[in-house]
Write a protein that binds this ligand. Structure first.
Ligand code: HEC
Length: 205
């Protein structure tokens, strides 16, 4: 036991001597386990350096640089929700133009029609070949009365069996698809009152 205590005390002294305080203040640790991590051939930001002609170690951002989180700002256009709330916006926050609708039609036919069908009624190719048994009919009253923001959010995150299209479809295109989907739904909600009076007689009752 005596020897143990002696060896223990010696070890303690050695550890403190090698790894402990060196008596002077330094930012560097006394033992460097991975010196290659500490010493890198790099320029520290905001320090003068003569490598570049202008003498700055940091480079200016390339013109048109967008901060990564610019896209994730809590704005209805990014989230489909009222700022600071969980409520969906009723009306889409981007202007609906014929250009947007044309883009939406094209994107809908690429991204959505395989399952929902070109008419949005849920009879796409995936149903025909038996890959998906039940696909939502986008003309269902529940989906017709859904807020624009919720449609946008459904495209972004998916729902139930439907995968998320946020990673593949840009924010602008998701709103374009939402606008086009509204047009598709409207196309089935027409009544005889929408037809000019002089043409009504040509329709069969
Ligand atoms: C791979 C097949 C598939 C694709 C592609 C697809 N959907 Fe769906 N979608 C589904 C299925 C299946 C459901 C039903 C989900 C459920 O209730 O489980 C659904 C449901 C929906 C709903 C209703 C959600 C709800 O709240 O019930 C909307 C709106 C919708 N899809 C829009 C879209 C749009 C817009 C696109 C194109 C960007 C799209 N979907 C692409 C399969 C798909």
């Amino acid at each position: 036991m005596r020897y143990f205590l002696l060896i223990f005390a010696l070890c303690t002294v050695m550890v403190v001597a090698i790894a402990g305080k060196r008596g002077s203040i330094s930012r560097k640790p006394p033992i460097e386990v991975f010196p290659d991590m500490d010493r890198q051939p790099k320029l520290r930001p905001q320090t003068p350096n003569n490598f570049f002609a202008d003498g700055k170690s940091s480079r200016l951002q390339v013109a048109g640089t967008v901060a990564r989180d610019d896209r994730y700002e809590d704005a209805p256009v990014n989230t489909g929700k009222v700022v600071g709330k969980t409520n969906f916006v009723d009306v889409m926050p981007v202007a609906v133009t014929s250009q947007l609708l044309a883009r939406g039609q094209q994107r809908f036919n690429i991204n959505c029609s395989p399952c929902h069908g070109a008419q949005g009624d849920g009879n796409g190719i995936t149903k025909k070949i038996g890959a998906m048994a039940v696909v939502a009919n986008l003309h269902d009253k529940r989906i017709v009365t859904m807020a624009d923001g919720e449609i946008f959010s459904t495209i972004t995150y998916g729902k139930g069996l439907m995968g998320a299209y946020g990673p593949n479809v840009t924010v602008e295109d998701r709103w374009a698809i939402t606008a086009y989907l509204r047009a598709l739904q409207l196309s089935r909600l027409g009544t005889i009152d929408d037809v000019p009076e002089q043409l009504r007689a040509t329709f069969k009752k």
